[in-house]
Design a protein around this ligand. Structure first.
Ligand SMILES: [Fe+2]
Ligand SMILES: [Fe+2]
Length: 290
């Protein structure tokens, strides 16, 4: 069994407390289960999903490994769906801590699984991760992974906050794992974006994509970005968009999400919270305590 040497995650790197409320895995398609976590619920004006996915096909796949601050519940949820010894593939969409947060534990618990990633993730995590080369599978944008009863396509989403990012598309179910893309805050837990107020969704969606991809305002929209979005629009098999930071997007909302995504380069830079906002938050928290 390989050994791993990921560093202990600093308590202040992510909210140290696990989410206040447990939301059990949600089946979104045949043999596709969303591992749900909602960070900030009940503690902040808006909350953010930190999801991952399990595809329980002939050769089960874990797609991203969640954040470290809810490790025990995350492992319980994942292994309530699939036996760790049956897991054959661990797909990491990119090397951000809310996606690799339990990678070390999964690699150790699932000795029969191959770590599906890319050359560059391997390089970027090389100093942290002692995983034997034969246990890697490098996959690039457009490459296909045969997992026995279905073919999974590595498909980079139109927006991303990390150069290693790959989404994962399962044409057999129509489920696209978009990694960070299509992210939105939520006012409270919802199982589907169709439960969100459309105006709230559009505003939160724009804010989130702008934060993820500050380069959107300098892309050549017609030549590059529009083509990237069109790949999804034109895919007749795309039925469900899901990802780490959004409730599932289904039905008519798929088209609406793609329409929102197509507009992003024209939105201009987003305004990020400033020190005055932090001061206000701290004052409000102190007033609550006093
Ligand atoms: Fe990310
Ligand atoms: Fe993320």
């Amino acid at each position: 069994m390989p050994t791993t040497r990921l560093p202990a995650v600093r308590a202040d790197a992510m909210p140290a407390q696990p989410p206040a409320v447990h939301h059990p895995p949600l089946q979104i398609a045949p043999e596709a289960f969303l591992i749900q976590q909602l960070h900030g619920e009940g503690m902040a004006p808006v909350a953010v999903n930190v999801n991952s996915l399990v595809i329980r096909g002939a050769e089960p796949v874990i797609v991203d490994t969640g954040a470290p601050n809810n490790r025990e519940q995350w492992l319980t949820d994942v292994f309530s769906i699939v036996d760790p010894l049956d897991v054959r593939w661990i797909f990491l969409s990119h090397d951000d801590v809310d996606h690799y947060g339990n990678l070390e534990q999964v690699l150790e618990a699932c000795p029969n699984a191959v770590f599906v990633t890319s050359f560059f993730i391997g390089e970027r995590m090389g100093v942290l991760l002692d995983n034997p080369l034969p246990r890697f599978r490098w996959i690039n944008d457009g490459d296909v992974l045969d997992v026995g009863d279905r073919l999974l396509v590595a498909a980079r989403p139109p927006v991303y906050d990390n150069p290693t990012t790959r989404g994962l598309f399962d044409a057999s179910t129509g489920v696209y794992w978009a990694s960070d893309a299509f992210a939105t805050p939520v006012p409270s837990f919802v199982e589907n974006v169709d439960e969100l107020d459309p105006g709230f969704w559009a505003e939160g969606f724009a804010q989130f994509q702008g934060m993820l991809s500050p380069w959107l305002s300098i892309v050549d929209n017609e030549r590059w970005y529009a083509q990237d979005v069109a790949k999804l629009v034109d895919d007749p098999d795309l039925r469900i968009i899901t990802g780490a930071h959004t409730p599932p997007i289904t039905g008519a909302k798929v088209g609406e999400a793609l329409e929102l995504m197509s507009r992003m380069p024209a939105m201009g830079p987003v305004r990020l919270p400033e020190q005055a906002d932090l001061d206000g938050m701290l004052a409000a928290m102190n007033a609550k305590v006093a």
